[in-house]
Design a protein around this ligand. Structure first.
Ligand code: MG
Length: 406
């Protein structure tokens, strides 16, 4: 969305800003809490919510003493003061004391909290790219209506925002998003047919949650990011490109209308994108970051994407161009297919096939409002589930713990 003029929410004038962390026990959530612990004089943790990891949430609550603690999924023991059920996301996101909502929920489940926070005039530090993909227009309308703003946490989009500085988006000629290429960058198509869950979870440069790690292996993640960039910066799809950069050190490029190209560079860690989403357009000193060493980082290399071998990227970009319900269908079909893959019920190559089938069958569905988009989302999930009557188990059983599988 548009960036707010640097007036009212810049960093400290004495009073720490209130922060809600939605999805606090996940990969981005725990990263955010490390950053917030270092920056405790500037930010105060007012709310924490988790999906189901009650023991970790309890530990976080003891350390950060938030006023509001929410657990989305019931079924485990928890303190009586906690708020339990999916509505806790919206309640946490709209607390009066909260200035900034870090939305690190996985998947389209994060949509309503983003909409509510924007309508309530909050800054949303958005790690939940799926909501922008599912409902980019609705999210923009909510921000306009309530005076809220979105600041991306995704490293590529944070890089673009940092390169832009205070320049208007009309100065952008082209965006070039970098992609690590994932664990299968060098694999042949035949090898890809036999890729296992453990193979897909073994990301070479980033340690992330399981869903995004698989998205990174299929390049569906990069498709989601192209759509995300389109909505965040208002750049047409024909001026957004993707290049493979295996070292994940250059986080993206912005080419300006005069031909100058800026890149943002740093070690692959989500701590800076989280911190910058809190402080944009200002910067805060942070003594916890790993300092960049260009010699240690070299060589930096760039390659074309093997689009034919990773069809999810082109499918997602086409869905973005088509607009309407197509991006929501792309996202939901992908979420469902990744879940089936992680259960050992779909092959790696089956993920892109399932997405293509859902887009072919359902792209004409209506998309005018939230309920139409959620209905398209549900139809896409059902289409993918129904298409897998024939289980196609692959080499390994469902594993735990993202990159730890390497
Ligand atoms: Mg990213």
């Amino acid at each position: 969305m548009r960036r707010r003029p640097p007036a009212d929410r810049v960093i400290p004038d004495g009073q720490p800003r209130g922060v809600a962390v939605l999805g606090s026990t996940g990969s981005i959530g725990t990263t955010a809490l490390r950053v917030l612990a270092r920056q405790h004089t500037s930010f105060r943790v007012d709310a924490l919510t988790a999906y189901e990891n009650a023991p970790l949430l309890e530990d976080q609550a003891r350390r950060f003493l938030p006023a509001y603690i929410g657990l989305v999924r019931d079924g485990t023991a928890y303190p009586a003061s906690w708020h339990v059920g999916p509505d806790c996301l919206i309640s946490a996101a709209t607390l009066a004391s909260v200035d900034i909502v870090i939305n690190a929920v996985v998947g389209a489940a994060g949509l309503d909290a983003t909409l509510a926070a924007l309508r309530a005039g909050k800054r949303v530090a958005l790690a939940n790219k799926e909501t922008l993909v599912t409902a980019g227009e609705l999210v923009a309308a909510a921000a306009r209506a309530g005076g809220g703003e979105i600041v991306p946490v995704d490293s590529e989009h944070s890089a673009i925002l940092q390169c832009l500085g205070r320049r208007p988006a009309s100065d952008i000629q082209r965006l070039i998003l970098t992609a690590s290429g994932g664990p299968f960058r060098d694999w042949t198509r035949e090898q890809l047919e036999r890729a296992t869950i453990a193979d897909a979870l073994c990301h070479p440069t980033w340690r992330m949650g399981r869903k995004i790690t698989v998205d990174s292996a299929t390049l569906a993640n990069k498709a989601l990011e192209v759509i995300e960039a389109h909505y965040l910066f208002g750049v047409p799809y024909d001026r957004i490109e993707v290049v493979v950069h295996p070292q994940s050190v250059v986080h993206s490029f912005v080419e300006f209308i005069d031909g100058s190209v800026l890149a943002q560079v740093g070690v692959p860690s989500m701590e800076l994108p989280v911190l910058y989403a809190l402080t944009h357009p200002e910067r805060l000193a942070d003594d916890g970051v790993t300092r960049f060493d260009p010699v240690a980082a070299s060589p930096l290399t760039f390659e074309r994407v093997r689009v034919d071998d990773f069809p999810a990227l082109a499918l997602g970009m086409a869905a973005g161009r088509a607009g309407g319900a197509a991006p929501a269908i792309f996202n939901a079909a992908n979420e469902q297919a990744v879940a089936l893959f992680l259960e050992g019920r779909m092959s790696f190559a089956g993920i892109a096939q399932a997405i293509e089938s859902a887009l072919d069958a359902l792209s004409g569905l209506p998309s005018g409002d939230r309920s139409a988009l959620l209905s398209a989302d549900a139809s896409a999930r059902a289409h993918v589930r129904d298409g897998t009557g024939r289980p196609t188990p692959v080499g390994s059983a469902p594993g735990e713990g993202g990159g730890a599988a390497c």
